[in-house]
Ligand binder design. Structure first.
Ligand code: HAM
Length: 432
């Protein structure tokens, strides 16, 4: 028999307490912004056929090559824990015939994703994303809308100093020629490239643009830019996206070498970064994928979307000391001061919980101990029941902000607390 404590898997973490409270605020902000923009929620399974990831993200990417949690199930089928959400949304879109009902389908989602990466600050093996996908539109309007939504969520959470980097990877008309030009440029300088970049030269020269090695940086700086090599259609599309963003005063800057870790992109790509994150500075990113739906067996369906890393957003907020508070509810604590009063606690707590947050002590203790225990729950109001109160069918109601205490007949108690709630929260409470 093995004894001892079992620990959480490396690269995963528990969410609880104040940290989870902050996540809830982030989640409700995401929901509100997405719903207001006409996006519908979608929830897809956490595991899918392995082919779905490899055929969409690309067989040469780091994700597919070395970061997937892939396993055979009991019937020998190869399954993979989803490393991202886009492929699943596309699969679900096709499988549920969404296109039959909607010419343009807009979805938002949120949930855990899995990548076997080396854990470090802002990088986990189970992490969470929220994101949106628009399927069935080639309009720059929707590229701009995607960036706008992401931006609005971050700003609503109080994040400033954001940089939206905007670029394009072209399409089948202009990308092959550009990749050839870029390869030729790097081949001429292969002797000065890092070993890693020399390896990438054959398989995926675009990835060299993303190299962090010092010797590569100087070479990359003068490399031909895709943005100067776009075909007319792609150049105009990027221009339209920029103009739409400008028209709504959404800040963005040109990025000549934006390399995304997934192969399905065409035309628009973007990332939003925050300086506080250091090396893993992308809060999220996305772009257009006009060929993916077709590659996964559907009709030609131009699409665009993004996903954000929730651990990273929470991490930046914490570093900046931004407090995300849930709307405050009035908190009540019921304390019996005698054994005879104990029977009053449960029905009172039960009734209070129809409108407010309430907790109570099942057993009486001396006053000092009761107050100490109550304090841990940070109540706004204490409801104290002693011998006198019991005899008079009343309670002693104590405000902890002012220290004021008064006797309130049980029959008036709800109304009295409601007055307090309106005064302190500015809202009426709702009985549920
Ligand atoms: P991605 O750039 O691979 O894009 O991931 C989006 C964001 O997820 C990253 O910018 C980062 O904030 C977060 N993220 C990725 N890996 C990790 C990790 N190991 N730990 C913590 N956070 C992480 C996508 O996933 C695309 N599906 C986005 C998209 C949607 N494109 C079109 N539609």
């Amino acid at each position: 028999v093995t004894v001892g404590r079992i620990q959480a898997i490396r690269g995963t973490k528990d969410l609880l307490g104040d940290e989870l409270a902050r996540w809830r605020v982030m989640e409700s902000r995401v929901r509100r912004v997405a719903l207001r923009a006409g996006y519908e929620e979608i929830r897809t399974p956490l595991f899918e056929a392995t082919d779905l990831s490899s055929r969409s993200i690309g067989t040469e990417t780091d994700i597919v090559q070395k970061e997937m949690y892939t396993f055979d199930d009991r019937k020998g089928r190869s399954l993979t824990l989803r490393p991202e959400g886009t492929a699943s949304v596309v699969r679900a879109y096709l499988e549920n015939n969404v296109a039959r009902e909607k010419a343009v389908a807009k979805f938002w989602y949120m949930g855990p994703m899995y990548r076997y990466e080396r854990p470090q600050k802002g990088r986990y093996r189970q992490f969470h994303q929220f994101g949106t996908e628009v399927l069935g539109s080639e309009e720059a309007f929707h590229d701009a809308e995607t960036i706008a939504i992401f931006n609005a969520i971050l700003r609503g959470l109080g994040l400033t100093d954001l940089t939206a980097r905007l670029g394009s990877v072209g399409d089948e008309a202009c990308r092959p020629a550009y990749v050839e030009k870029l390869s030729a440029y790097f081949r001429d300088r292969a002797g000065d490239l890092s070993e890693l970049s020399r390896e990438r030269l054959e398989r995926n020269p675009l990835r060299i643009l993303d190299s962090k090695e010092k010797e590569d940086r100087v070479i990359v700086e003068d490399a031909p830019s895709i943005l100067d090599n776009l075909c007319d259609g792609c150049a105009k599309h990027l221009d339209d996206v920029r103009r739409a963003l400008d028209s709504a005063s959404i800040p963005h800057e040109r990025d000549d070498a934006l390399v995304r870790g997934l192969d399905y992109y065409t035309r628009t790509v973007f990332e939003i970064h925050h300086e506080k994150l250091g090396a893993q500075s992308a809060l999220g990113g996305g772009g257009r994928y006009d060929r993916l739906v077709k590659d996964l067996g559907g009709p030609p369906t131009p699409s665009v979307g993004f996903a954000a890393g929730m651990e990273r957003i929470a991490g930046v907020a914490e570093e900046l000391g931004i407090a995300w508070d849930e709307p405050r509810e009035v908190r009540l604590y019921v304390a019996p001061l005698t054994a005879e009063a104990e029977a009053k606690v449960f029905p009172l707590v039960h009734r209070f919980r129809e409108r407010w947050w309430a907790e109570g002590a099942p057993r009486s203790r001396n006053l000092k101990t009761m107050l100490k225990r109550a304090a841990r729950f940070e109540p706004d109001l204490l409801v104290l029941i002693g011998e006198e109160e019991l005899a008079a069918a009343s309670v002693a109601l104590k405000r902890l902000d002012t220290g004021e205490q008064k006797a309130v007949p049980e029959n008036d108690l709800i109304e009295e607390i409601e007055n307090f709630a309106r005064e302190t929260t500015g809202r009426s409470s709702k009985k549920e």
